[in-house]
Design a protein around this ligand. Structure first.
Ligand code: 5GP
Ligand code: ZN
Length: 115
């Protein structure tokens, strides 16, 4: 996926502030943070959106993504104050980058409902 901005980030063609990395997952700081902590967590396999997950990939990749959330929230000591995990999917979901990603937001009181 040569034109995908997040594939370029995981191939280190575009610099990013990496927070966590293993064979399946990369997490890096959002370039336009909406909270004191705003991290994007992506599978290294290019999947366009949540709707594009195959059942097989969902079973194997999604747990790795959420395991990364667990590691990161423990490492950054976010568990006590809390945090939010967000996936924007498609047009109405507000997705702007076509490589599935989960936002991890923390460090301030987040409002509900989202806009
Ligand atoms: P979405 O709107 O698709 O859910 O979220 C895309 C996110 O990617 C946005 O929060 C945006 O700030 C972030 N983003 C877009 N381009 C880049 C980039 O080149 N580097 C980083 N670190 N974040 C990016
Ligand atoms: Zn991609």
């Amino acid at each position: 996926m040569s034109e995908c901005i997040f594939c370029k980030i995981l191939n280190k063609e575009i610099p990013s502030e990496i927070v966590f990395e293993n064979d399946e997952v990369l997490a890096f700081n959002d370039v336009n943070p909406q909270a004191p902590t705003h991290i994007l967590i992506i599978p290294k396999k290019h999947i366009s959106s949540f709707s594009d997950f195959s059942e097989e990939d969902m079973g194997s990749i999604l747990p790795k993504v959420f395991l990364a959330v667990k590691y990161i929230t423990e490492k950054l000591d976010l568990k006590k104050e809390g945090y939010r995990i967000v996936n924007n999917c498609g047009k109405n979901g507000g997705q702007t980058v076509g490589h599935i990603h989960f936002h991890l937001l923390a460090g301030r009181q987040l409002q509900w409902p989202p806009g």
